[in-house]
Write a protein that binds this ligand. Structure first.
Ligand SMILES: Cc1cc2nc3c(=O)[nH]c(=O)nc-3n(C[C@H](O)[C@H](O)[C@H](O)COP(=O)(O)OP(=O)(O)OC[C@H]3O[C@@H](n4cnc5c(N)ncnc54)[C@H](O)[C@@H]3O)c2cc1C
Length: 426
């Protein structure tokens, strides 16, 4: 019987001949030599694109996890690539270190988060890959190799965002920061005010982001700043409860859109503000139980408000089934060749669609808006782009492809989906 694999949302499935769970780099090398191809590595399967899909071998990294070593003086740590972010947070806190920033959840493996340029929010804060000091990986010929900033920054920049196609990461050395505490505040404001003051509000905090609640006219703004104050309790999370209410109003008031708007508006206006202080590891991540599919585009920062206004208009005019909030973040520019933040301060806009129904009509309608403004898609979230599009969006695309060919000359890591992304004839 074939093995069954699916991603978090259930949208991507695979029936590989083999699902392998190697325990170390030696077993990984053996797989690269002899397992049926293509070999695709899985982190936690939280990507919405078919990056992990393979009818050959899916490699699970769950046994290759944990701390290898650390450097207390420089807040550096070397960890195995299968380590989940939730475990990594606790490992780092125990050695007096912290991740400078995080995204919405802590379920991903560090190898997976690096693989798609996973990010949080903050105009001076880079995505996870910007913390890379060194990478150790098994290449397409089964050889264990290492690149570090010390031996040549270019190779780190070429392979830091690697989509599981530049070798299988076994260990990564990361530059962290000393452990710290944050004050987090959340409040609701009219979206018109948010759009008008976008740049000032996003830049006024170490980390800021907001969610637009569709059909409400209101956004929830979330700001985090360093604090030395004593910790206060983090309020019980009510995101799931809020989603359930939005879904119910969507379904019950399908034929009464004005009443739906009025009720959502009333409910959102009453959402209480939040203000608490906690250690970094208790602040960033939330629990996401309601399954969705997602598209996120990374845009030139200054285009953010214009794009968001168009996405809101599209959603509210044509997609009444949508009830998930639209998420807006900022990300610092970096130098990684396949990073969507390459040399560009970014405004990221993410749209979500209930996993129980087909997300494609909504995503297909939104994508041309994102693309019109020069958006680069999140590698792990839905998009329809192929090699010819990426070549236009990524100035170092050809250089990155040359490095990929050197690391994997026999295309062991190239599935049908990856061949489309990279423009490889199979
Ligand atoms: C509920 C939810 C919330 C999310 N929140 C955010 C967010 O806040 N910010 C954001 O940017 N993204 C977010 N994402 C997207 C997610 O972070 C990315 O898709 C991420 O890549 C998933 O990590 P993973 O460990 O599940 O990797 P997978 O999806 O399993 O794999 C991702 C890529 O990494 C490669 N890979 C994995 N491990 C290795 C390895 N050891 N060596 C080489 N390649 C490897 C895979 O081959 C694949 O190409 C979210 C997704 C979900 C489902």
């Amino acid at each position: 019987m074939a093995n069954a694999w699916s991603n978090w949302s259930g949208f991507v499935t695979a029936s590989p001949k083999v699902i392998a769970t190697p325990a170390d780099a030696g077993e990984l090398a053996e797989l690269v030599h002899s397992a049926p191809g293509p070999l695709r590595v899985a982190g936690a399967g939280h990507s919405f694109t078919p990056l992990v899909q393979s009818d050959g071998t899916i490699v699970s990294m769950e046994k290759i996890a944990g701390l290898v070593s650390h450097d207390a003086e420089n807040s550096g740590a070397r960890v195995r690539a299968g380590t989940r972010l939730g475990d990594l947070m606790r490992i780092l806190q125990n050695i007096g270190q912290g991740l400078p920033n995080m995204g919405d959840i802590d379920r991903q493996a560090i190898g997976g988060a690096l693989g798609t340029a996973t990010h949080g929010s903050g105009p001076t804060l880079g995505a996870y890959h910007t913390q890379l000091e060194a990478v150790q990986f098994v290449d397409g010929q089964g050889k264990l190799r290492e690149f570090s900033r010390a031996s040549g920054q270019d190779m780190i920049h070429a392979t830091g965002v690697a989509l599981g196609a530049f070798g299988i990461l076994t260990e990564v050395a990361m530059n962290n920061v000393a452990t710290y505490r944050l004050r987090r505040r959340k409040w609701v404001l009219p979206i018109a005010d948010m759009l008008q003051n976008f740049e000032t509000m996003m830049a006024a905090h170490r980390s800021a982001e907001f969610y637009y609640i569709p059909f409400s006219g209101y956004a929830q703004f979330i700001a985090s700043d360093f604090s030395d104050a004593a910790p206060t309790p983090r309020p019980t999370e009510d995101d799931e409860e809020g989603l359930a209410t939005l879904r119910k109003l969507r379904t019950v008031l399908r034929w009464l859109p004005s009443l739906r708007r009025a009720l959502i508006r009333g409910a959102v206006k009453k959402v209480p503000s939040e203000d608490y202080v906690q250690d970094w590891l208790n602040v960033y991540a939330s629990d996401r139980r309601t399954k969705f599919n997602e598209m996120e585009y990374h845009l030139p920062y200054e285009e953010g408000p214009k794009v968001l206004a168009e996405i809101i208009a599209l959603t509210e005019r044509h997609f009444p089934e949508v009830y998930f909030p639209i998420e807006v973040r900022s990300v610092a520019p970096d130098e990684f060749w396949l990073s969507p933040f390459y040399k560009r301060l970014t405004c990221s806009i993410a749209i979500h669609h209930d996993a129980a129904s087909d997300p494609l009509p909504f995503m297909r309608a939104a994508e041309p808006i994102f693309r019109k403004y020069g958006g680069r898609p999140h590698w792990g979230k839905m998009h329809s782009l192929k090699a010819a599009d990426f070549k236009k969006l990524y100035p170092r695309w050809d250089d990155a492809m040359a490095v990929r060919r050197e690391i994997d000359p026999e295309n062991r890591f190239v599935s049908l989906y990856m061949a489309g992304l990279f423009g490889i004839q199979q």
